[in-house]
Design a binder for this molecule. Structure first.
Ligand code: NAD
Ligand code: LMR
Length: 328
């Protein structure tokens, strides 16, 4: 592996997710021993708090942290970045749906898309965690016409991990026995966590569970509404688990998904599985060397079809809304 530091930009670095994400990135959770350089973007009023976080990063004396730069100017911070993790955006609070954040957060991603387009490294990969993640990624992608569309993704890995954890708890399997989990659609309550293609120690997961009402009435809503349940319990939105999933997604994207398995990523649709072209929708993907490919040929029954269609219809509505807002 190269020993040149990877330049990793993180936005919203002084926020809740940032407070977990930066330390895990710096300690090697992304790339092991390969050094990284952190480029941290915040809004001006949060720079002082960010300075405090950087003091703590210094105090960890991480051997593979090759440098940290902070600032409030996206063009300076993204300059030469190889990986941009776009976390900075307002989180929803109790009672809100993620779609309520469209106008509040959308504008952030027009500016950041333009800045990335101008100054990021040629091999840039961009992962969007800030909500509404899929449509924010669409906004950034549309505002960065010189960056290949395949370089943008939105985070549904947290949903994927949640689905694995719920299935493991139901069946008594180890999380490591569960493969081929899929999240389809939007990172929202309409998402479709699909266990019909998942496997538990090589056996079809839906057959092992053998309980359609658990799948429909417990599993799917528990995964899809987990973000709200955490807000309700914690008083603020998921942070450490979101940071962990952000790293899982970026690591697999750069280094490759495990052999014989796939991961869920929201990526630009090429029309596969009837998902309208151009939407950023979650699919089962395999990844290798910074590229992804949608897993093809999965059989979609009527139940799955209606779930996928409902979530992608919501994504199409979000696209219309941000078009009307002039963001794309
Ligand atoms: P937070 O409010 O603690 O932190 C957000 C940070 O972003 C703040 O420090 C803020 O100053 C900064 N920020 C705002 N505008 C910015 C801009 N233009 N440039 C740079 N930084 C900016 O929020 P959080 O808990 O860290 O969550 C961040 C986002 O991630 C929220 O939108 C949340 O809903 C989302 N989220 C997504 C997932 C997912 O699975 N996709 C999971 C959890 C949270
Ligand atoms: C989550 O899934 O935990 C985040 O997207 C936060 C939220 O608003 O649900």
């Amino acid at each position: 592996m190269s020993s040149t530091p990877l330049k990793v930009a993180v936005t919203g670095a002084a926020g809740q997710i940032g407070y977990s994400l930066l330390f895990r990135l710096a300690s090697g959770a992304l790339l092991g021993d390969r050094p990284i350089e952190l480029r941290l973007l915040e809004i001006t009023p949060a720079l002082k708090a960010l300075e405090g976080v950087v003091m703590e990063l210094d105090d960890c004396a991480f051997p593979n942290l090759a440098g940290v730069e902070i600032g409030d100017d996206a063009e300076k911070i993204f300059d030469g970045a190889n990986l941009a993790l776009l976390v900075g955006a307002r989180p929803r609070t109790a009672g809100m749906e993620r779609g309520d954040l469209l106008s509040a957060n959308g504008a952030i991603f027009t500016a950041q898309g333009k800045a990335l387009n101008k100054v990021a490294a040629d091999d840039i990969r961009i992962g969007v965690t800030g909500n509404p993640a899929n449509t924010n990624a669409l906004i950034a992608m549309t505002n960065a016409p010189d960056i290949p569309r395949e370089r943008f993704s939105a985070l549904t890995r947290l949903d994927h991990n949640r689905a694995i954890s719920q299935l493991a708890a139901k069946t008594g399997a180890a999380v490591t026995d569960i493969t081929k989990m899929t999240i389809w659609g939007n990172h929202s309550a309409t998402q479709y966590p699909d266990i019909f293609h998942a496997e538990i120690a090589g056996k079809n997961a839906a057959e092992v569970v053998n309980d359609q009402s658990w799948i429909e009435d417990t599993f799917i809503p528990t995964v899809a509404k987990r973000g709200a349940a955490i807000i309700e319990a914690r008083g603020s939105s998921s942070a450490a688990s979101a940071a962990s999933a952000t790293i899982d997604a970026a690591r697999d994207w750069l280094l490759g998904s495990p052999a014989g398995d796939w991961v869920s990523m929201a990526v630009v649709s090429d029309g596969s599985y009837g998902v309208p072209e151009g939407l950023i929708s979650s699919f089962p993907v395999t990844t290798k060397d910074g590229d992804w490919e949608i897993v093809q040929g999965l059989e979609i029954d009527d139940f799955s079809r209606s779930k996928i269609d409902a979530s992608t219809a919501e994504l199409a509505e979000e696209r219309e809304a941000v078009t009307e807002l002039g963001l794309i």
